[in-house]
Design a protein around this ligand. Structure first.
Ligand code: ADP
Ligand code: MG
Length: 339
């Protein structure tokens, strides 16, 4: 799989060679309205040779083309990398230290099928913890934590090849590079995953995303026109249908304007490890365990008890009731006696 440096070199390859190494590169040109370059010229030379008037008509700037090409190729490589992602039996988080340098006194091992929730006040280090896992920290982040895969430190090549997808981050990248419709984007992703029945998978992802998103969008909506909530929903649907990533990281989806409980049920999968930062009591109690963060460190680890689980049923009823009131208010109804 090409690395970042190799991606930068892709731009210097003759088009024929480029397409052999990365067949989806052709989608880059069509996505911004350019024709495929001639076989023997490189992408860099092609950009340099483009007519200024044509670029103006397409609303493109010559200086940014190379950057967009590289970002596109990196994004597609990231999406694709699940195909050969390593088999994970466990991840272990070796404690580091909190913001005052106090040691975290635990080693936490998580296995596929487990859902771990991350709770704590704003600024307590929840996102930092997820980032440590995403980057497979080896004592080289501000927290000093170490992440082990199947009991051992990942070697440097493995560290950057295992797919560990942070949903939020992906949606930001996506907005940056894509001039595609939702349908084109998902189709391209499904192609890169070598899915058999691309059109039905694509339709399923778009339907699921629409079920999750508060406001609807169509397959023809440009990716760049999606709201934050809609692109989150699309990424969640996409991750659950196409990703073979063994680890799913979820950072506070409750503010994203999506059906959060369904989103989590959609993502939770027996073969995956799910780590989720949340302020939502219902989501927090869905986990098997929760890590309580204070001052940048894990202060306590609590197993979700039977009693808490029993309460969860009640909280879900209360939540459903509040949801109904919210809808009634939206529809201009009067709120009568609650039953
Ligand atoms: N153990 C730590 N040591 C040093 N800085 C930390 C530590 N944990 C978190 N931080 C920093 O504290 C800030 C807030 O953390 P963050 O993870 O964003 O909090 P939260 O997601 O809980 O709101 C960030 O700048 C983060 O990098
Ligand atoms: Mg955060």
């Amino acid at each position: 799989m090409p690395t970042d440096t190799e991606n930068r070199e892709l731009i210097s390859l003759p088009t024929a060679e480029l397409l052999r190494l990365a067949p989806f590169a052709g989608d880059f040109f069509s996505s911004i309205g350019l024709e495929l370059p001639a076989e023997e010229i490189s992408t860099a030379d092609y950009f340099a040779s483009l007519d200024a008037e044509l670029l103006e008509d397409l609303g493109l700037e010559r200086q940014t083309l190379a950057e967009r090409f590289t970002a596109f190729m990196e994004l597609l490589e990231n999406l694709k990398s699940g195909i050969d992602s390593a088999h994970i039996e466990s991840i272990t988080i070796r404690g580091g230290h909190d913001k005052s340098g106090r040691a975290e006194e635990f080693d936490l091992t998580v296995k596929p099928g487990e859902v771990i929730c991350i709770v704590g006040p704003t600024g307590s280090g929840k996102s930092r913890f997820l980032a440590d896992i995403e980057w497979m920290a080896q004592g080289d982040t501000p927290t000093g934590r170490n992440i082990l895969i199947n009991g051992a430190a990942p070697d440097p090549s493995q560290r950057f090849s295992i797919e560990h997808k942070l949903v939020a981050q992906l949606s930001q990248n996506m907005n940056f590079v894509m001039d595609l419709t939702v349908e084109e984007f998902i189709t391209m992703h499904a192609e890169s995953r070598m899915v058999d029945d691309i059109s039905s998978v694509t339709a399923a992802i778009i339907k699921l995303a629409n079920d999750l998103a508060g406001e609807k969008f169509t397959p023809q909506t440009p990716v760049t026109a999606l709201s934050g909530g809609q692109s989150r929903a699309l990424m969640i649907a996409d991750t659950s249908c196409l990703s073979t990533s063994p680890i799913v990281l979820i950072d506070e989806i409750e503010n994203a304007g999506i059906d959060r409980k369904r989103a989590v049920h959609t993502l939770v999968d027996k073969r995956k490890i799910v780590l989720m930062a949340t302020h939502d009591p219902i989501l927090a109690l869905m986990g098997d365990r929760r890590l309580v963060f204070k001052n940048g460190g894990i202060a306590t680890i609590i197993d979700t008890s039977q009693e808490e689980r029993a309460n969860l049923v009640r909280f879900e009823e209360m939540d459903a009731m509040l949801g109904a009131v919210r809808n009634a208010l939206r529809n201009g109804e009067l709120i009568g006696k609650l039953g």
